[in-house]
Ligand binder design. Sequence first.
Ligand code: ZN
Length: 287
Amino acid sequence: MSTSLPPHAPKDAQARREVEPVVCYPVQTLPPYNKDFYETARQDLSLLETVIIPPRDALTFAVPKGHFCRIRFEEGPQVGDLNLWNAHDLNERFFSGKTRALHATHVSTGDRLWSNLPHLRPLATITHDTLDWYGWDEFGGGVHDVIGTRCDPYTNHLLSGNDYHYCCHSNLTRALAAHTGMSLDEAEPYVHDVLNVFMCTGFTKDTHQYFMKASPVREGDYLEFFAEIDLLGGLSACPGGDCGSSHSSEEAACYPLRVEILKPAEGALANWTSPALSGYSRSHGLD
Ligand SMILES: [Zn+2]
């Protein structure tokens, strides 16, 4: 779609376009990011567990509430597709769409990762992002998006006619099935739209299509979040590798990702409470 007006545009087309936008969800009513609390809590962390996600595959990992999780560069530039579930109820899971609407198309330090309806509470808070310097590039791209769903074999089949079995959707489905003992058919509906960790994406300026470009992630980089409730995570090392060229195939160079679970020092969470479920009555007007 062009920004110039077509001949059939109404006389007041320009005036209609010039109406000022308003932010859909002003978040000033939310409790502000408590930087002092998280920065203090993350000063003295002990490493509890390390999980290495193999390339073109996924694994699950537990992050107990009040713990930190770091997703790290391991051997080469690699994008990770992250799912988060309430460890005690898989029906409560990450809601990438509302996270995008509340925060932005790409997330970084201070943003919360929200759960789906009717739960709608912070599952996690992003507490450190070594790529926060990236900001927005000249193409409109940013890092760590919540716009790209996840690569999946159905869209790949739709567009190419081929079956490819190591898309993030399939990797996460296999990982969740292996963890829970569910069949693939049972596990698949729990796999949801992801946080694309380290992925550099945006919308093209001319056609507003979703684009990707090679991730700027380098050795030493990590994204860190604080678990606000007991979490089960699932992370897929995307078959797109750094997502600089292709995905949903064996073509791109792929690398592992490192997941670290870290525990704060005793007493660091003294005044912290895990967030409650949404306070909405759920009557939907019928009580
Ligand atoms: Zn993927």
